[in-house]
Design a protein around this ligand. Structure first.
Ligand SMILES: [Fe+2]
Length: 369
């Protein structure tokens, strides 16, 4: 067991069951004590509620036989306090005939049973055995419930650990793929990492849940992995692409989904990757979906992808300054870009929040920045 919890008590007591009798009538205490000892029980007796409660704080008993009517502290009060001291204590009430109503009330307070005085000895013995048996069952049940809860907690912890490991492994594999892909084009170097960090900042600025922010970050790392399947002369081509070449470039989304298919434990991340070339007005690809049909992660990636492409130097053009890029992108709000996502991107860029995420090497590689 990994958690601290109740120390499991033996369901069968080692040695004799321990019984404590409390009655202000010493003759009753003595007679019951003698009888139960002869039946091999360990028996202690006390003459008042205060004394029995003090004893229960010091010693462990299995069962208490408790008189209902006692001076100073009633049997009901003793019962309540005794169960607070030891919730596993079995309690039998001893009652005179005219205390029966009170004894019934004691049952609702947690007593197992009540016996009417004078008690026939065989009745007493049966009641004690019955109460001890029921107490063992209740302890067994509590122990089983505790074990089940512990195991469930442990299993949940293990699953969470496995989930984290799997994710870390996936990120490792993704890193290797992305590095291989970016190595094909000097101008792409660091693109995925920058998009990932910028996208995570935008997701945070939009107030997304921390798990969603991490999904967006990972999707940012993975979004262009399919470009590993795009011909180098097309990927590195300076200037505009022919329609056929553009169709070829568009396949990188489907290729990416094929590569990432084994990561089915991260369906949200995959969905974000799938949507990263969708446009707000439905003019994007591969599914040409629009507005809220596009996942929030897809919209964020589309905005950050465009921002990073414009602020990076390419073979065929120089890089734009971040502020000028934002002004340029503003004219695409409602077409390429979701208005809310754009305004979050604008806030992030203007506060230059993402700079803290850029490592020196990447910044140097992107010399025009
Ligand atoms: Fe892409």
């Amino acid at each position: 067991m990994t958690h601290g919890g109740p120390v499991l008590r033996a369901t069968t007591d080692v040695g004799r069951p321990r019984i404590i009798v409390v009655d202000d009538d010493e003759d009753v205490c003595r007679a019951i004590g003698r009888f139960l000892r002869a039946r091999s029980f360990h028996v202690a007796t006390e003459c008042s509620g205060a004394e029995v409660l003090a004893r229960l704080r010091e010693e462990k008993f299995d069962l208490m036989l408790c008189d209902v009517r006692m001076p100073e502290m009633s049997g009901i009060e003793v019962l309540t306090h005794a169960l607070q001291i030891d919730s596993q204590l079995a309690v039998l009430m001893l009652t005179a005939v005219d205390d029966a109503a009170t004894a019934t009330e004691a049952l609702s307070q947690g007593a197992f049973d009540y016996l009417v005085k004078p008690v026939a000895l065989d009745t007493l013995e049966r009641a004690v055995e019955r109460a001890l048996h029921r107490r063992r069952l209740e302890i067994d049940r509590a122990n089983v419930e505790w074990i089940i809860r512990e195991e469930a907690a442990q299993r949940t912890e293990e699953l969470e650990r496995e989930r984290r490991n799997l994710r870390a492994m996936s990120v490792g594999v993704a890193d290797a793929l992305i590095n291989a892909m970016e190595a094909k084009d000097a101008y792409l170097l660091g693109h995925s990492r920058r998009v990932a960090e910028l996208a995570a900042s935008v997701a945070e600025a939009l107030g997304l849940h921390v798990d969603q922010v991490e999904d967006v970050r990972l999707a940012g790392r993975l979004h262009d992995v399919g470009k590993i399947g795009i011909r180098e002369e097309v990927l590195n081509k300076p200037g505009a692409l022919t329609p056929d070449e553009f169709e070829h470039v568009k396949t990188h989304v489907d290729i990416g989904m094929l590569i990432l298919a084994p990561l089915k434990h991260m369906p949200v991340v995959l969905q974000y990757v799938l949507d990263h070339h969708e446009h707000y007005d439905g003019s994007g690809y591969p599914r040409a979906i629009a507005g809220d049909q596009i996942t929030i992660g897809g919209k964020i990636l589309a905005a950050c992808d465009a921002f990073d492409a414009l602020t990076s130097r390419r073979a065929f053009r120089e890089a734009l300054e971040p502020r000028a890029t934002i002004e340029h992108l503003e004219s695409h709000v409602g077409q390429l870009l979701d208005p809310l996502v754009f305004s979050a991107l604008k806030r992030v860029v203007l506060r230059r929040k993402t700079l803290t995420f850029l490592d020196d090497e990447l910044s140097l590689g992107n010399s025009a920045r």
